[in-house]
Design a binder for this molecule. Structure first.
Ligand code: SF4
Ligand code: SF4
Length: 229
């Protein structure tokens, strides 16, 4: 079965509505200025080396308003992008990675099952980033979590505090967060995630994670005079 046949049962009106939603995004017009079909974005794209994936095809489907291919990409291809933006070297000024960012948001906001499935394994990472306001933390570097990283991970995890203490900036002497973040910065981040719809997107893909995050953010937001939900 071809991919196109896979989504043939989805009404064209649905595909059109989702495409229009992508196109209506304010950022859309800065992602697409036509395409030379030169393939420079493909040559620069790390994901194109390892997956059946092409930023050129993403740009072209959107430029041609090809709803069938767009819908396939909305469900499948966009989750192969690593959002590195190497494709910004496009001579036409296109930004296929940025276009994919918009498509991902539309896929999530519309509760596509493919989006939920693609993001299923990232709950722990999203929790860590959003609760601490930093990134994955050093103490997540455990041999059972990353067996493919080799035996040196075990050595690092055993002496983690020592390694961290060896770093010159004191703000990096932490293990449960990547660096120290003040309550004021955390409050600002929590507010940004609430007000820009990020929390609604989390709720759409993982209601349990959303509940936990609301709980974590509640105290700081209430101290700042905002309701957490
Ligand atoms: S942002 Fe995505 S499409 Fe662009 S180069 Fe990186 S992986 Fe490829
Ligand atoms: S680099 Fe730009 S112009 Fe060339 S194929 Fe990619 S999107 Fe099209």
């Amino acid at each position: 079965m071809t991919l196109q046949a896979r989504y043939a049962d989805v009404p064209v009106e649905t595909k059109q509505r989702l495409f229009d939603e992508v196109k209506a995004d304010l950022r859309f017009r800065d992602t697409l200025y036509g395409c030379y079909e030169c393939g420079i974005c493909v040559a620069a794209c790390p994901s194109a080396r390892f997956y059946d994936f092409s930023p050129r095809k993403i740009a072209q489907a959107a430029a041609r308003e090809d709803l069938g291919i767009f819908y396939e990409q909305l469900n499948d291809d966009i989750w192969n992008c690593s959002q590195c933006f190497s494709c910004l070297r496009c001579p036409r000024g296109n930004n296929p990675g940025g276009l994919i960012t918009i498509m991902r948001e539309v896929a999530i906001n519309n509760g596509l099952a493919s989006a939920r499935q693609a993001l299923e394994g990232y709950g722990r990472v999203v929790y860590k980033i959003m609760s601490t306001g930093t990134q994955v933390s050093p103490d997540m570097l455990q041999p059972n979590a990353f067996p493919d990283w080799g035996p040196h991970v075990a050595e690092i995890s055993e002496n983690l505090l020592l390694w961290r203490r060896a770093l010159p900036p004191e703000t990096l002497h932490t293990t449960s967060t990547a660096w120290e973040v003040t309550d004021r910065t955390l409050t600002e981040l929590y507010l940004i995630w609430h007000m820009t719809g990020v929390m609604d997107m989390i709720k759409e893909v993982d209601a349990g994670l959303h509940m936990i995050l609301v709980d974590v953010m509640e105290e700081l937001l209430e101290d700042a005079g905002y309701a957490a939900d």
